[in-house]
Design a protein around this ligand. Structure first.
Ligand SMILES: Nc1ncnc2c1ncn2[C@@H]1O[C@H](COP(=O)(O)OP(=O)(O)O)[C@@H](O)[C@H]1O
Ligand SMILES: [Mg+2]
Length: 303
């Protein structure tokens, strides 16, 4: 299998100012993440809100640049390439964001949104209508504006826009996060059909481990900017290893204590919520270790 995307040791820190702009605080959004995306696979990235998923997705797409680490597209490093040199990458690796209300230009018709995303800017009406048909939108919608569409229709237009450049890979950041359950099922079905029709590779980002495990081949679980567990969807569902992954599976009965006030400790990011915590967990950051073939976890319970 060939590799489409690879990220190595990605780190991103945001400097946040308080209300008056006096005090500054560093937020480590992505700490030290490596991941490899193979052609034809679906990779799920899961974690609760604030775990750094969107920041990491934007770095994979080079919409923001990492402070440290490297991004490779088809084994060529592209981390610091100029936007101009990234043009072909940007047509091949596309994004769908959670909120199509924000990501679609309210002043552009559906037709214009898709035309602008096409590589040939002189693309004809017929090609635009073909793409609309692919995502289950009637061609008459070409002249409509986003406010005239339902949430599900808007997300279909966002998908059409991603398809317009004939991509290899789509990074979908909580693509059904704003939709009701029925619309979610329809959108997931559409993404599955498009995968088959266009040989797409997906990176699927969600807070919902169950959903991701149903549609992905591989899963990476993120907690506070780190990947804490990684493996095949089957392995991570059948034998979850990290206490945090277990908690995501079973939020009601989870062995997770409420987060106590974070003291300055240098160890595992999850230690202050973990009921299995030992002294070492507060002192040292656990490294990823392979427990079964291809199934990794960063946790001292498994050392
Ligand atoms: N542009 C930004 N400026 C400052 N802090 C940010 C910015 N973007 C994200 N963060 C912070 O980084 C952390 C991770 O955010 P995000 O990547 O959006 O997580 P997720 O998508 O998993 O909810 C959060 O603490 C968030 O507040
Ligand atoms: Mg997010």
């Amino acid at each position: 299998m060939s590799e489409i995307l690879r990220c190595e040791k990605i780190r991103k820190v945001f400097v946040v100012r308080d209300f008056l702009g006096v005090n500054r605080r560093n937020v480590v959004a992505v700490n030290n993440i490596s991941i490899k995306i193979e052609e034809g696979t679906n990779t799920g990235i899961v974690g609760e809100s604030g775990s750094g998923k969107t920041t990491f997705a934007k770095i994979m797409l080079l919409l923001i640049r990492p402070d440290e680490g490297s991004v490779y597209y088809r084994e060529k490093e592209i981390t610091r390439l100029s936007d101009n040199k990234l043009r072909s990458f940007r047509s091949k690796v596309r994004v769908i964001f959670q909120n199509p209300y924000k990501s679609l230009n309210p002043r552009a018709t559906v037709g214009r949104t898709i035309r602008e995303a096409m590589i040939q800017t002189d693309s004809r009406k017929q090609e635009i209508e073909e793409i609309l048909m692919r995502v289950g939108i009637p061609k008459e919608y070409r002249t409509r504006y986003p406010h005239q569409l339902s949430g599900g229709e808007r997300q279909r237009i966002a998908i059409a826009r991603a398809l317009a450049g004939f991509p290899e890979c789509i990074v979908a950041d909580e693509p059904t996060g704003n939709l009701d359950a029925t619309t979610e099922i329809h959108i997931l079905k559409l993404l599955e059909d498009l995968k088959r029709a266009f040989n797409l590779t997906y990176v699927f980002i969600s807070h919902n481990l169950k959903l991701v495990s149903n549609i992905c081949d591989n899963i990476a679980v993120m907690y506070k900017g780190n990947i804490v567990e990684e493996g095949s969807a089957r392995s991570v569902s059948e034998h979850p290893l990290h206490p945090y992954t277990k908690a995501l599976w079973n939020p009601e009965t989870a062995n997770v204590s409420e987060e106590k006030e974070t003291k300055n400790y240098t160890g595992c990011a999850f230690a202050n919520r973990c009921v299995f915590r030992r002294d070492i967990c507060l002192q040292t950051e656990p490294e990823m270790v392979e427990i079964e073939k291809g199934h990794f976890v960063a946790c001292f319970l498994y050392e």
